[in-house]
Design a protein around this ligand. Structure first.
Ligand code: CA
Length: 462
């Protein structure tokens, strides 16, 4: 693509200098049409975001009533953690793929969110957990009870099978249950794996995707996308490329429903592996950019930042020349940015600037924009403390889980009024991105070189 404009960005140890070229007013509508997947995304845990009815649990109406907050943050898309009925607080074990979690509201509430978000130009991507269901899912209950229609929807082996001691890729027990037959559950005994060699199951995946796209959902984040064909789960299938092919067929089906659908996937592995998934989804989530950014931000720009990113992009572009990167700092399965040892406010500001000036669809994990803290606990609570209530400082505050981490972190109410706050900083850099076509849409990334590592920077262009 012809380079029309260039923007230079330079990062130094403690001082951030952004040099933006004078650019004519962009033809935003043309670019939106050409690059419908380039947006700042906001990863949002509904339970922790905003409570509209005072029961302490975040809900769809809470999101609808706070779309302005997201617009002010420059957000063009929301990634909702699982919204389906589930026995767990997090929802990554789905009991019914065609309904919404009643704690979050009704289907009408969700449809209202889709409609209102669409009016203000915010896309909605939902987490889709297709590798496994909940044991409480009706399909699994029928399968377990030998219903001939559903028996083969899950992966069963006989109790005397030599495979019953098989383990997964982190040495975890793979087959669960008691009695004559055992089922595969790659992540947990409460998360039975679908039998993805069964065409009826694959067709059901398509039906589920179609159902939500027809409602107005604009994208999916596919959970555990490396594990559909899990290690040792099936006899004779050991190659991760089977997963890529499954995803590719799903993506193609979804594009028949909505050509602009945006599909991301969680392939938590090294870049050599996850980059291959550019053949199957629009954006395998970038599990390296966050470390590169945070290391650089905390060590003063001496980590070969731009050249390391350039090498990653080279890897991606070998698979898909038009790749859409999906970088993020931290996600719901990781300790929060603000809780990293040695983290400072200048480093968080620098990291936000680095993230929001990269190509593709950068993702902000809710609360990151406030400097919220949270680390994995040692049990009986585990990841809840990485997913704590967003700190509003008003009636929208959720209270579903006690927060002992963020007492001194200023609330949205306070940060909104403070031009030096992290939130205000995020708003400004996001606005800069959204106002500059090279930053928002440019897929060229050219490292700046001045002969030393004293200054890190890059050009963005399209
Ligand atoms: Ca509520």
């Amino acid at each position: 693509m012809k380079i029309k404009r260039k923007i230079g960005l330079f990062l130094t140890a403690l001082l951030v200098a952004t040099l933006f070229g004078c650019t004519p007013k962009p033809k935003a509508t043309d670019l939106e049409t050409a690059f419908p997947r380039n947006d700042i995304y906001y990863q949002l845990f509904v339970r922790s975001f905003a409570d509209s009815d005072g029961d302490g649990i975040g809900d769809f109406k809470g999101i609808t009533e706070n779309l302005t907050y997201l617009k002010d943050l420059g957000v063009g898309g929301i990634w909702l953690l699982p919204i389906h009925p589930s026995p767990s607080y997090h929802g990554y074990d789905v009991a019914d793929y065609y309904a919404v979690n009643p704690e979050y509201g009704t289907m009408e509430d969700f449809e209202e969110l889709l409609e209102e978000a669409s009016k203000v130009g915010i896309r909605i991507m939902i987490d889709l957990v297709l590798n496994h269901s909940s044991t409480e899912n009706e399909w699994f209950q029928k399968s377990m009870n030998n219903d001939p229609e559903y028996r083969d929807w899950y992966v069963w082996i006989g109790a005397s099978s030599p495979r019953k001691n098989a383990v997964g890729s982190w040495n975890q027990t793979l087959f669960h249950g008691t009695g004559d037959s055992l089922y595969a559950g790659y992540f947990s005994n409460t998360m039975p794996d679908f039998n993805v060699t069964n065409p009826e199951v694959v067709e059901e995946f398509n039906n589920i995707g179609r159902f939500w796209l027809e409602k107005g959902v604009t994208g999916f984040r596919l959970d555990a996308a490396l594990h559909f064909f899990g290690q040792n789960e099936y006899v004779g299938i050991t190659d991760f490329m089977e997963n890529v092919l499954l995803l590719r067929r799903f993506r193609n089906k979804m594009r028949e429903v909505n050509p602009d659908v945006y599909i991301t996937g969680e392939i938590w592995d090294n870049a050599v592996i996850y980059s291959e998934f550019y053949r199957g989804v629009d954006s395998p989530l970038n599990f390296d950019a966050g470390d590169i950014i945070l290391n650089t931000a905390m060590t003063g720009g001496n980590a070969g930042y731009s050249s390391r990113l350039r090498m990653l992009y080279n890897t991606f572009s070998l698979v898909n020349a038009n790749f859409i990167d999906a970088p993020f700092l931290k996600n719901h399965d990781q300790d929060r940015v603000a809780s990293l040892p040695g983290m400072t406010m200048p480093a968080m500001k620098l990291a936000s600037e680095m993230l929001l000036t990269l190509p593709g669809s950068p993702i902000i994990y809710y609360g990151e924009e406030l400097g919220m803290k949270g680390v994995k606990s040692g049990g009986p609570v585990w990841d809840e403390t990485r997913r704590l209530p967003l700190k509003w400082g008003n009636n929208y505050q959720t209270t579903w889980f006690p927060d002992s981490f963020n007492a001194t972190v200023p609330s949205i109410l306070n940060q909104d009024e403070d031009q030096d706050s992290l939130l205000s900083f995020y708003q400004r850099i996001a606005k800069t991105r959204n106002d500059n076509p090279a930053l928002k849409f440019g897929n060229s990334f050219i490292p700046y070189r001045n002969g030393s590592y004293a200054m890190q920077g890059f050009y963005r262009a399209f």
